[in-house]
Design a binder for this molecule. Structure first.
Ligand SMILES: [Zn+2]
Length: 168
């Protein structure tokens, strides 16, 4: 997760990502939509996003996100003040967290796990969208069957019926 991306910095990482993706490693990048970046930065952001998408990594745009974190293999997390994809000679710090439990908790807090789990048809939660949060609805199992629900529950209680396709 890097709210901001720059051509310079991302360009240095592109080759690493290319190697990882070549080994079937899943790479997900969270960043702010280019429209939330100013001036030439927003053009750069668009280019960087295209670049990573063309490589085959998934780029998730989250409005107003500010977290800076890297999660590696679900076991290691680096979290701090550094914009991983845009920094340049800045004095920032990152702390390393290790262990699946700690990392899972971080992912949960960031709602990263929920975006990945559950089958999602890419339906954005309309209520969260109004608050500037782009998050996909996920299928949930309730007392009366499965339904679309917002992964931010209980903060957001939006639900939607799943058009029924009964298995008989
Ligand atoms: Zn929601």
């Amino acid at each position: 997760m890097s709210p901001f991306v720059s051509l310079n910095r991302a360009g240095k990482l592109v080759d690493f990502f290319r190697v990882l993706l070549g080994k079937d490693v899943v790479v997900r990048i969270y960043t702010r939509p280019p429209s939330q970046q100013s001036g030439s930065l927003s053009e750069h952001a668009e280019q960087v996003i295209n670049q990573f998408e063309n490589l085959g990594s998934k780029v998730i745009q989250r409005k107003g996100m500010h977290q800076k974190i890297a999660i590696i293999d679900g076991k290691i997390a680096w979290e701090g003040s550094l914009n991983i994809l845009s920094h340049k000679d800045t004095q920032e710090q990152m702390r390393r967290f290790e262990g699946e439990n700690a990392v899972q908790e971080i992912a949960r807090n960031l709602e990263l796990d929920k975006v990945e789990s559950g089958s999602s048809a890419g339906k954005l939660c309309p209520r969260c969208f109004e608050e500037g949060i782009e998050i996909n609805l996920v299928q949930k199992q309730g007392r009366y069957g499965i339904f679309w629900g917002c992964p931010r529950f209980p903060a957001c209680r939006y639900t939607e019926n799943i058009s029924r396709r009964r298995r008989n």
